[in-house]
Design a protein around this ligand. Structure first.
Ligand code: HEM
Length: 182
């Protein structure tokens, strides 16, 4: 895989227009983010658990759901701090989260609606707590960046696996996909 997580993060920040003002407002609400994270985790896993396929994945081992609750809280809080202010560590952490989902067999059809559920739940909470609209916009942007990481991991891993197994070149692989889509 050739993806450089930090370069990918920079590209996404530009594409999504995550500005230094967005980062500043996220940082200034880091305590609030940490405070509501456990509640967000509860609604997130209730949402995933309501889908039979996702529920089966979540409960495939006894301890998984507990581990996930903690990792979700950490992930949610990190959106406010940017870990190292959205530097190399943030990018590598997001890339690793993407790879883990690919390994567990969770595809775009699961992740996209799940992130939409997060954005929707956060929006409700922002409204209830009368937080500024700028915070909502910044949070939506960072959620989309994190989503792009998970989605990109899926395609990067699939492509790398096919190229390794078949010896095809990248351009042949891309041509086959394009002609398959036609
Ligand atoms: C908004 C989208 C999502 C976010 C932000 C998210 C967040 C995370 C994080 C932070 C981890 C831990 C990664 C690590 O160990 O380093 C993780 C792992 C995992 N997630 Fe997600 N997730 C999302 C969507 C989903 C969906 C839709 C499912 C479907 C069931 C899912 C199931 C799992 C599983 C099974 C693991 C591995 C758990 C283990 O350690 O055994 N996630 N997720």
């Amino acid at each position: 895989m050739t993806l450089d997580p930090h370069a990918f993060l920079s590209k996404l920040e530009e594409r999504i227009s995550l500005t230094s003002e967005d980062k500043a407002i996220l940082n200034s609400y880091a305590d609030w983010g940490r405070e509501i994270a456990p509640e967000m985790a509860v609604s997130f896993y209730a949402y995933l658990g309501s889908d039979p396929e996702m529920n089966a994945i979540l409960n495939s081992t006894e301890e998984r759901i507990h581990r996930l609750r903690d990792t979700f809280i950490e992930w949610f809080s990190e959106m406010f701090t940017g870990i190292d202010h959205w530097g190399k560590s943030y990018a590598e952490r997001r890339w690793r989260i993407g790879l883990i989902h690919v390994r567990v067999g969770i595809g775009p059809q699961h992740v996209v609606p799940a992130m939409a559920a997060v954005v929707c739940e956060v929006r409700k909470r922002l409204k209830a707590d009368e937080k500024p609209e700028a915070l909502q916009e910044a949070l939506s942007r960072i959620c989309m960046i994190d989503l792009a990481f998970i989605e990109q991991a899926y395609i990067e891993v699939s492509e790398a696996a096919v190229l390794k197994e078949t010896g095809w070149t990248e351009s042949l692989f891309k041509r086959l996909i394009a002609s398959g889509a036609a």
